[in-house]
Design a protein around this ligand. Structure first.
Ligand SMILES: *Cc1c(COP(=O)(O)O)cnc(C)c1O
Length: 427
């Protein structure tokens, strides 16, 4: 059968009910699974058979939803994690450890920046942050012999830079390492990074994928395309025997299509246990069923709000990749031709104080540490998600002190604009 459209995959992907089986995906709310013999179970512990034994590592409901996300991204394997943070942590830690190095785009989510720059540094992994606009020369100069990956966000949170995926993938591949792309803001409805050369995709499913602010979660998807074996010296964890599983070698046993996710499940989930709950996975799947419809509405509202703000005398600047004249307009047209996301960043004249005043007068848009939700919300990153960053780090992350992150929901655009209008009139 012809590859289905993304709209159909959102609704139907990952699960097909058999004769007389539930139409909706079953929630397997069980920590454990019964076996007839110890040797049946032993095979699971040796990764010799496929199956479930303990929901700290794997759960059927999570796998059903992960399969849908793999289909949406066009990947070969996927796993759900308990949060976007754990997805990004695993995506790096699965292939890098003490003494290794990663090249990361400087314009990324504040939580990811902290994870990399503080916590992973404490674990012995160093990072070089490069601008999304870095020249080919600057980009290549960031690599070292111990570099294991390149990391960036399709559309960065909250600075809304669009990653030149092909250019970053080319640099990564020239140096024999994969490109990991956090595709949270674009979602596979608007961009499938694998089509442009990315190797691994991560998500905070907490955002548009869930879409209703109901469950925190994350996902990792593997394209199956990165040839670990061709760079076996860089990736011993995937290409040499794992003693904790009786000496199996992931790439040999599971192929390029399965090695990365199997290793992350067998080692990282086993040891860190950052799995999504089956209940959350069920809610995530409900969200995915309407993702294609919601993304269109978010983008329509985002563009309408951005255009309105652009002509308002109390607004200092507006950033929205779909807005003609935006510094990332050309890249957005290339990578996100159907729209980028519903998030608009802007500055209110009068700086930090004016931004906070304005936000206090909004009635529909709520002040929340959240983004990418059906209900419009807004945040002042410099005093919240990016609070730990120095001024220099803030500016490298593309976050000015007056930046308001305005996340357009799927309400009527006229009402969102009216809300902004009355809040601006009040300051
Ligand atoms: C929110 C977010 C994360 C972190 O995800 P959580 O689900 O909050 O842990 C990572 N990356 C991006 C781009 C995000 O927006």
């Amino acid at each position: 059968m012809k590859k289905q459209a993304i709209d159909t995959q959102c609704v139907q992907g990952g699960y097909t009910a058999g004769n007389g089986e539930p139409r909706q995906i079953p929630i397997i709310q069980s920590t454990t699974f019964r076996y007839e013999t110890s040797s049946d179970m032993g095979k699971l512990f040796d990764l010799e058979a496929n199956g479930y034994f303990y929901s700290r590592l794997q759960n059927p409901t999570c796998d059903t939803v992960a399969k849908k996300i793999a289909e949406l991204e066009g990947g070969t394997a996927a796993m759900l994690t308990s949060s976007g943070q754990s997805a990004n942590f695993f995506s790096i830690f699965n292939i890098a450890g003490n003494g290794d190095h990663v090249v990361a785009c400087s314009q990324i989510y504040g939580g990811t920046f902290n994870l990399f720059n503080v916590t992973l540094r404490r674990m012995g992994i160093t990072f070089t942050f490069v601008s999304p606009d870095a020249s080919e020369e600057e980009l290549n100069a960031a690599f070292r012999p111990n570099t294991k990956a390149v990391f960036g966000e399709t559309v960065s949170n909250p600075s809304l830079a669009v990653l030149d995926i092909e250019r970053f993938a080319k640099a990564a591949h020239t140096h024999g390492v994969p490109l990991i792309v956090d595709n949270t803001f674009a979602t596979p409805v608007n961009c499938r990074p694998f089509e442009f050369g990315a190797d691994i995709v991560t998500h905070s499913t907490t955002k548009y994928m869930d879409g209703h602010a109901s469950a925190v979660g994350g996902a990792i998807v593997d394209s199956g395309k990165f040839d670990w074996a061709a760079h076996a010296d860089k990736f011993p964890g995937l290409c040499t025997p794992d003693e904790s599983y009786h000496g199996i070698t992931y790439v040999e046993r599971f192929g390029l299509e399965g090695a990365f996710i199997t290793k992350a499940t067998a080692q990282l989930m086993r040891d860190f246990g950052a799995i999504q709950s089956p209940q959350s996975a069920f809610l995530l799947n409900l969200g995915l069923e309407s993702l294609h419809l919601r993304m269109r509405a978010h983008c329509e509202n985002g563009l309408a709000v951005a255009k309105y703000l652009q002509s308002h005398p109390k607004i200092a600047w507006v950033r929205y990749p779909d807005l003609p004249g935006d510094p990332y307009y050309a890249l957005a047209q290339k990578y996100l031709p159907h729209g980028s996301c519903g998030v608009v960043s802007f500055g209110v004249k009068g700086g930090r104080k004016a931004a906070e005043d304005f936000m206090g007068h909004l009635k529909i848009a709520a002040i929340e540490t959240h983004v990418a939700d059906a209900r419009t919300c807004c945040l002042h990153p410099a005093s919240s998600t990016h609070r730990q960053l120095t001024d220099a780090e803030l500016s490298a992350a593309g976050v000015s002190p007056d930046l308001v992150r305005f996340s357009c929901g799927i309400e009527a655009k006229e009402d969102l604009i009216a809300d902004i209008e009355q809040a601006l009139a009040a300051i």
